[in-house]
Design a binder for this molecule. Structure first.
Ligand SMILES: NC(=O)c1ccc[n+]([C@@H]2O[C@H](COP(=O)([O-])OP(=O)(O)OC[C@H]3O[C@@H](n4cnc5c(N)ncnc54)[C@H](O)[C@@H]3O)[C@@H](O)[C@H]2O)c1
Length: 248
């Protein structure tokens, strides 16, 4: 499928899980992809298994210099930028705000929300210069309904949804759309770190689909939102959770 031919995409967290599946799918559908991650081993795997044009770059999405370097790489290697997939994020459930240090709070907010701000701030000028495009931010069901003992993640992912609406409003006149995807339970290294196998089985049974989500489920939604078929969708939140409602 060449649905994204002519596009240049920047994907964060592209060394594993949802970001890696997104980088692979966008490249397979014809976009030239800059894949960014802090994990060089993961990035090497992303490059090795890519079916299409894909360049890797080690970078930390919570750092302004690295965000700017990633956008500069898109310009240098492919001449423009039309798709930004902000996938970076994660959490470690187990604390209420009473147990959480201010440093831990800042860490999770930086990882999930400030990274989105920095990547958008770096990317929007080049996207505008490129004639516009699509930003897709990855939130979580946790940002919609809340979740036990994960307050910084819940707050940051809720912030990602609100920031997406703000981006859609502010940059529509530059032909840049911004949408948000809230994944349900998706089988990735993050889930395998945070959940025991029996919990993963339980989460799978809680979906109407009767299965756990796969990284491709989210990648396919990001690809659709960024394609011509998604051009009338702007400022929206799409739950991709197999029919389940709730935080993961
Ligand atoms: N897996 C789920 O069930 C689930 C559910 C809801 C939301 N999400 C969200 O989906 C997104 C991806 O989750 P995942 O499950 O694929 O995670 P993951 O932990 O499996 O993979 C994350 C990738 O991000 C990279 N990374 C971490 N910090 C980074 C940084 N500062 N800069 C650049 N790269 C960095 C890691 O090296 C890793 O390759 C996250 O935003 C997460 O909150 C996941």
């Amino acid at each position: 499928m060449t649905q994204l031919e002519g596009h240049v995409a920047l994907v964060t967290a592209a060394g594993g899980g949802i970001g890696q599946a997104t980088a692979w799918l966008l490249a397979e559908r014809g976009a030239a992809v800059i894949a960014v991650d802090i994990d060089e081993t993961g990035l090497a795997e992303t490059a090795a298994k890519a079916a299409g044009r894909l360049s890797i770059l080690k970078g930390d999405a919570t750092k302004w210099d690295d965000a700017q370097a990633a956008v500069a790489a898109a310009k240098r290697e492919f001449g423009k930028l039309t798709i930004l997939a902000n996938v970076v994020g994660g959490s470690r459930p187990g604390q209420t705000i009473l147990d959480m240090s201010p440093e831990d709070w800042s860490h999770w907010v930086d990882l999930n929300l400030t990274s989105t701000f920095l990547m958008c701030k770096a990317a929007i000028p080049l996207m505008a210069e490129s004639g516009g495009g699509s930003i897709v931010n990855v939130s979580s069901g946790a940002g919609v309904t809340g979740m036990m003992r994960n307050p910084a993640y819940v707050a940051a992912k809720g912030g990602v949804i609100a920031l997406t609406r703000s981006l859609a409003i502010d940059h529509a006149d530059q032909h840049i759309r911004a949408n948000c995807v809230a994944p349900g339970p998706i089988l990735t290294p993050l889930m395998e770190r945070n959940r025991r196998p029996e919990e993963i089985d339980y989460l799978a049974k809680m979906t109407l689909a009767g299965r756990i989500g796969m990284p491709h489920d989210i990648a396919a939604t990001i690809a659709f939102l960024s394609s011509k078929d998604g051009e009338f969708i702007n400022g929206e939140l799409i739950n991709v959770a197999g029919g389940r409602r709730g935080g993961v």
